[in-house]
Unconditional design. Structure first.
Length: 74
């Protein structure tokens, strides 16, 4: 998996019905979730992220998150 950085969600985010900035679905996250940023060029305020799966056999969900809802882990 190629990613640009590891971030942590600061707040819960429930995708809004019909909300799709740039034509991509929002990613549901909970405060504390680890996210792998896979693209920052989607929109200045929305980045494409992949959420770390709870179990190794689960697929990692992907979508966009607001930049101000996350912070870099490091």
């Amino acid at each position: 998996m190629s990613y640009l950085g590891v971030y942590r969600a600061l707040y819960d985010l429930e995708p809004r019905a019909g909300a799709d900035p740039g034509g991509e679905a929002e990613l549901a996250v909970r405060a504390g979730d680890l996210l792998y940023i896979v693209a920052k060029d989607t929109d200045a305020n929305w980045w494409k992220a992949r959420k770390k799966a709870a179990n190794e056999d689960e697929e990692e969900p992907e979508g966009i998150v607001p930049r101000n809802y996350i912070e870099e882990v490091g």
